[in-house]
Design a protein around this ligand. Sequence first.
Ligand code: CA
Ligand code: CA
Ligand code: CA
Length: 643
Amino acid sequence: MKNLLIFLFAITSVLNSALANANYGFESGLGAEWQIGGTTGTQSANSWNPNGVGVSVVTGVTNYSPGGGKTWNITPYGTYMASIQGGGLAFDQITSGLGLSGVENTAIKNMLTYQSQNGGGGNPTPTTGSYMKREITLQAGQTYTMAWQYLSTDYTPFNDGSIMSLVHSTDGNITPTLNNKQQRYSLLGFTNPGTGNYATGSYGATGWQVATFTVPVSGTYVLGFTSFNLGDTALSPILLVDEVQGTTALNGQTFTPVNPNPGSDAPPPPSPSVPTAVYNSGISQNVWITNHYPTSNNSPAGEDASKAFDNDPDTKYLNFDKKNAGVTVKLNVGKVITGFTLTTANDFPGRDPTSYKLYASNDGVTWTLVGEGNLSLTDSRKTTSSMISVTNTNPYVYYYIFFPTTKAGEGCGLNCDSMQIAEITFYYQSDSTATSTATGSGAVSNPSDLCCGGVSTPFNANSGFTSRAGVFSASVNADNRVIIEQIGNFNQVTVVQHGSRNYSELHVNGSNNTSTINQTSTGSGTVNYIEATLSGNSNTTSLTQTGTGGAKGIYLIGTNGANNVTVEQTDSGNHYAEINLAGGSKTVNLTQQGNANHMAKIELTGGATSITATQSGSTQQFYSIQHNCATASCSAISVTQGQ
Ligand SMILES: [Ca+2]
Ligand SMILES: [Ca+2]
Ligand SMILES: [Ca+2]
């Protein structure tokens, strides 16, 4: 159920939600709103038979072949639609159930006879079927729509048909306009040529059609739909109903809905839904990009992220981060993006992305993964890919796409120094009315992601653990306290602490230093705390905390490259490790073992990193790895968690 006037001046947020709540789209089943005449049953998408169960709510028509070499696939708008097929209720009971008069019943029969005798053929007498109806509140002067589709399981000359009705709830003298005719009913799909308002032929379908209706007086009306047999009671037709049209395929090809019969006043089928591109503002369109948030500004002048959305294959977005480079875009209005194309840039195929991840958000902070996969872009330059479809049914204002990998390997110079793309073009379906006017906070934080594979697990910052960590920071009165500052190169330091409270601070200001700290304590009240900073290169740092019970915390920050860090926390207790490293060629080995609670947070920037993280032996194991690889030589991250 869609209000056309509101649609035309679409300013509302998530337009369909209020209507969906009213259940014109059957996403809540038949609910309390829809009443049945005839029978109701359960119809599964892939087990359609020629006779039907009456009225049911279905997810689709899947690979149904009624005959004639025709195989139909029909999807609803959203997840569900209503199906009316069979049911055994006599036609006169159907028309009276819908609120139509005896005069109207006769008029319908006369019309069916007339159509039969003027080219339609077949037995014109309606026999049995079923119907559904509901009350609907309508405003005078507004145009409303419902989508429907008729699918014939019968063949000519054995006609079948379907009807829609709209009657005022109390006043039979009020006559609405239904499908352009001032009448309380409208013939919909029929099987025989020239019958009904839309004819399918044997085993045919109308495709999705959109019925329109207006009322002269605001008030409560009863909206009804029915399908029924003519002449016989076998091979019952299917009438599908939804608030907005879904899709139809015949023998694997998109099916173009049939036109209304010649001479009919009934409306033509809706325009086909077409993928509609989204570009930067300034290009004439209804939906455009208002902001770009690149993953980094590591781009040459004139090759920033906005160049991927300017509808110009001669301009490109290039990012020397190479791996995981991407961009978040913000739309002027949230739409359901259902796919995208990529256009290769002018030079160096090695810079083409070979995989992608697409996230969506309405606040720029909380993200939903809507698509990911490998890409196989052509080596031809300035060439646009076919549509890469994603699974998304919600309107979002923000879309974040990034490319974990690129074509080229290492050591190939300009061919593999960056990621580049001439165009990233997002598409929404032209008939999708769902919008979001969320504005976000203005600040966009792209979702963190593992650099090189593995599974990202959200970090559960347990407040109990962090408060224990706070205990460490108050450890100036610890039993054992060591503060070491190394200035210079090639120093070697080993610290061993045994006691109930061990505290070490290590500050390395130089290169090629080797530092080892071992803390051991036993007892539930013991604490081990290590705080380390590394501001040189090529330092090897090994931090170990052992002992039964108590709490263990290690906090390490390194600002230069090529540092090799090993952190080990074992035995029972609570283990907390935070490692923050910048620069290239880093190695992190983290081990948390024992009957303990493990939490590890690793944040890395720069390139060339190897991470091996193991958590085992405990019931609570949390880790968060944020890694932004600046070069291609980011090697695999290995994370192991287990009991
Ligand atoms: Ca629906
Ligand atoms: Ca039939
Ligand atoms: Ca461009």
